[in-house]
Design a protein around this ligand. Structure first.
Ligand SMILES: [Zn+2]
Ligand SMILES: [Zn+2]
Length: 208
C-alpha cells in the first residue's frame, strides 16, 4: 500500500496504535521534499487526535506517532528525533524524511525504509536503504515509483536505477550488489530475499 494511503486509513492507524507494532517497529520514509510535505499534511489532517499515543495522550510532539525530518529544522529538533529513534521507549513509529536524515547516523532498530520515488543512482539507493537493519535483524526496503520518476528526461537519473525499478525476472538483491561490483554472494533464503525470489519460494507459507 502507498504510505500516504496507509497513514490516512483506519487499518493503518490501528496498526500504528497496536501493541506489537508499538513494541517492535520503527520506520523511516526517505522521500523528496514536495511530496513529503503533502504526505505530512495529509496525515496530520486525517488523523486528528489519533496521531498521538496512547489515544487519550496530550497533543504534544513527544506523544506523536510520526515526525518529520528535513534540512530547515533546527539542530535541536533533529537531535530530538534521532534520540527518539534510538530509544526503545519512543512512541515514534514513522519518520517522514528527506535525505537530510543522513549517513553517519547509526540507529540500530530501524525496520523499514520506504522510498516514494527512487533516488538517482543505485549507490544512493543502497546507502539510503542501508539505514535499516543495522542490528542485523531482518528489515525491508520498499520502493514506489511511477513512469515519470524513471523517465530518461529526469535530470541525473542513472540507467541502472531505471533498470532496477523495471526488473521483473531476476533477483533484485543480486542486481543491486552486482551494480556495486559485489558478485560473490551467498544465495539468501528466497522467502526473505526480495519480491522476485519470494514469488519463487516453495515454503509452506508461500504455497498454501
Ligand atoms: Zn532475491
Ligand atoms: Zn516462502
Amino acid at each position: 500500500m502507498h504510505p500516504e494511503a496507509f497513514l490516512s486509513c483506519k487499518e493503518g492507524m490501528e496498526l500504528l496504535q497496536s501493541k506489537p507494532y508499538q513494541e517492535s517497529v520503527q520506520s523511516i520514509i526517505v522521500d523528496e521534499g514536495s511530496l513529503y510535505f503533502r504526505m505530512v499534511r495529509t496525515s496530520t489532517q486525517h488523523l486528528g487526535k489519533e496521531q498521538y499515543y496512547p489515544l487519550d495522550a496530550e497533543a504534544i510532539p513527544e506523544n506523536r506517532l510520526f515526525a518529520q525530518f528535513h534540512s530547515p529544522q533546527t539542530n535541536a529538533m533533529k537531535n530530538q528525533i534521532l534520540t527518539e529513534l534510538s530509544s526503545p521507549l519512543s512512541k515514534l513509529r514513522v519518520v517522514f524524511a528527506t535525505v537530510a536524515l543522513g549517513m553517519g547516523i547509526d540507529i540500530p532498530c530501524i525496520r523499514h525504509v520506504i522510498h516514494v520515488g527512487p533516488p538517482h543512482t543505485i549507490r544512493e539507493y543502497f546507502q539510503e536503504t542501508g539505514r535499516a537493519g543495522r542490528d542485523r535483524k531482518q528489515s525491508t526496503a520498499v520502493l514506489y515509483y511511477n513512469k515519470r520518476d524513471i523517465a530518461m528526461s529526469r535530470p541525473g537519473i542513472s540507467d541502472s536505477i531505471c533498470e532496477y525499478c523495471k526488473l521483473e525476472d531476476s533477483c533484485l538483491r543480486m542486481f543491486l550488489l552486482g551494480c556495486l561490483d559485489v558478485h560473490d554472494v551467498m544465495k539468501d533464503n528466497p522467502h526473505v530475499c526480495c519480491s522476485y525470489c519470494k514469488m519463487q519460494c516453495k515454503c509452506s507459507e508461500c504455497t498454501t
